[in-house]
Design a protein around this ligand. Sequence first.
Ligand SMILES: [Zn+2]
Length: 78
Amino acid sequence: MCQIIAINRGEIEITSPEEFNKYFGFLPIKEEGYNEMTLDCCLCQCDLNKTFKDKKIKYWFDKIDTYFVGELDKLDKS
Ligand SMILES: [Zn+2]
């Protein structure tokens, strides 16, 4: 399963570096082991943990495949 980013509980879903760039205004950090990033491919090539920490963006990972950004206080984190 590919990793995705859900903004505000899924109001917007980001599935590629290109979409990431459009939303956040910068490209995510490349995952080690990938030579280059293909912008219209999936986010598995990106180290999203590192990217969000680097940019001090609050997120919550559901430990499956989704990184939630935005309205984290309204999430059901059970
Ligand atoms: Zn993938």
